[in-house]
Design a protein around this ligand. Structure first.
Ligand code: ADP
Length: 487
């Protein structure tokens, strides 16, 4: 651990396998975690392989049997303690998160509380895993439906929300009575490990949660796919890797929860409150330096307000403070790695070569390293890469449109269907457009849509399943129909 992290109580540079903290693993290998703001190595972790994943799965399989037998309330008590510990330790968790991922400290703290809210929510829902009584189809029959936990869950999470993406999976899994073996992104394993530490302190029985730190994600994915004790794979990440996991899981008809890529449209109609739309765009586009799967990727602005919106947005974006997430007042941290900067540069170069203009930013920030200038592009058209692919960076490309039908068609012209946003003050249009957008999530007159009380998830190639809300437990339970005869 680096000196700074040594001061963070919850920074733990060991893997957590089957209820034990490990600094040595079978491969004998380690890997480094790097602070993207400075390039410094902040921790060195054991590089787990097949052996450790199998060990974690075996322990999860055993531990789950007793966990499933507990009452919802008994599971809720532990989840509530974990929630309290996360809130009490939010500052510490935020420092660890910013150190490994780069986002501004205030955003990191927000993420920790957002993740904690899922733990709280699903702890409460654990008590409400209701079944059903169905009127029998014959006079001597009675029909009952009960909910039972799916079993062992394999979870693979990304680097952009290292705390909340795991919280969103472990909360419903543990609440439902499942156990979970998690594999955090290799760039950001410390946040997951700190949550395991708190779960242990909260009294979670050993083996129910493992955190396998590994650079060999495909090995972990294969064990999850091929070990029939793992009943479900839950994954947040790219559509490309989602496809691999789904293919691999096909042999065992593995249950899949997939939160994949997005290509979110953000539509500003002529009748919108432009100031609100600008604020919505800042929240949706520039949060986490544009590195979220619900970030606005394509901003469609109606012709009548195009120039005014471009002007207002650029003024606001020009004021965003870029820097290390640990510095006061910073709103845009570094990109996660060089490849992310390359993709942003490639999208800007492609757009400008095809006729777009850089209204603001457009290049690496003067701080160097992985810092990039928040950027606004105008004159963007559907033939450009940024129209089809997720840029995943602080770039706002502005497309001009004339009418509602055209913009809905353009917005839906993508294989993705996660989040979408639009701004309008016309009630009829609000219903029409919200219903016409082929997305799992629609934000109307807001750029912020994530909350534990609502179902988060995508349609089309953005995924399967929903996280959060009263529906979220469904993904971690099976329905069992019991038919009582001879009554
Ligand atoms: P991104 O890095 O763009 O968020 P990825 O889909 O590459 O998206 O990564 C998300 C998670 O999936 C990470 O934990 C990564 O290590 C893991 N991962 C990458 N490739 C595979 C694979 N073939 N099998 C299983 N997990 C994978």
């Amino acid at each position: 651990l680096s000196d700074k992290l040594k001061k963070a109580d919850l920074a733990e540079p060991r893997a957590y396998i089957a209820g034990e903290w490990r600094d040595k693993v079978a491969s004998g290998k380690t890997f480094d975690v790097v602070n993207p703001a400075t390039g410094d190595v902040i921790a060195t972790l054991p590089d787990c392989g097949k052996e450790e994943v199998e060990e974690a799965v075996a322990a999860a399989y055993e531990a789950q049997k007793a966990w499933a037998k507990k009452t919802g309330k008994e599971r809720a008590v532990i989840l509530r303690k974990l929630y309290d510990l996360m809130v009490e330790n939010a500052d510490d968790l935020a420092v660890i998160l910013t150190a490994e991922m780069g986002k501004p400290l205030a955003e990191a703290r927000g993420e920790v509380l957002y993740g904690a809210a899922y733990i709280e929510w699903f702890g409460e829902e654990a008590k409400r895993a209701y079944g059903d009584i169905i009127p029998g189809h014959q006079a001597d029959k009675r029909i009952m439906v009960i909910r039972q936990p799916v079993g062992v869950v394999g979870a693979i999470t990304p680097w952009n929300f290292p705390n909340a993406m795991l919280a969103r999976k472990m909360a419903p899994a543990l609440a439902a009575g499942c156990s979970i073996v998690s594999k955090p992104a290799q760039q950001t394993p410390l946040s997951a490990l700190s949550m395991a530490l708190l779960a242990e302190r909260a009294g979670l029985p050993k083996g129910l949660l493992s955190v396998v730190t590994s650079t060999s994600s495909s090995t972990v994915g294969k064990v999850f796919s091929e070990d029939d004790r793992v009943r479900k794979i839950t994954f947040t990440g790219s559509t490309e890797v989602g496809r691999i996991l789904m293919r691999q899981g096909a042999d065992q008809i593995k249950k899949m929860g997939l939160e994949l890529g997005g290509n979110a449209p953000f539509i500003v109609f002529d009748d919108a409150d432009l100031d609100a739309a600008v604020e919505g765009a800042i929240a949706s586009k520039f949060r986490n330096a544009g590195q979220t799967c619900v970030c606005a990727n394509r901003l469609y602005v109606q012709a009548g307000v195009y120039d005014a919106f471009a002007e207002k947005l650029s003024k606001r974006v020009a004021g965003l403070k870029v820097g290390s997430g640990m510095e006061d007042g910073v709103e845009i941290g570094p990109m996660i790695e060089k490849a992310a900067v390359d993709k942003v540069e490639d999208h800007i170069a492609d757009a400008t070569a095809k006729g777009a203009s850089v209204k603001l930013g457009g290049k690496s920030h003067e701080r160097g390293g992985l810092f990039f200038e928040p950027t606004v592009l105008t004159g963007v058209t559907p033939d450009m890469k940024c129209a089809r692919e997720e840029t995943f960076g602080p770039v706002a490309p502005l497309f001009k449109f004339e009418n509602e039908d055209d913009v809905v068609a353009m917005a839906n012209d993508t294989e993705f269907g996660l989040a979408s946003y639009f701004f309008s003050r016309d009630a009829a249009k609000i219903f029409r457009v919200a219903e016409a957008l082929e997305y799992g999530i629609v934000g109307v007159n807001t750029g912020l849509i994530s909350t534990e009380v609502a179902p988060f998830g995508g349609v089309k190639q953005s995924g399967l399943g929903r996280e959060g809300s009263k529906y979220g437990l469904d993904d971690y339970t099976e329905l069992k129909y019991i038919c009582l005869g001879g009554i």
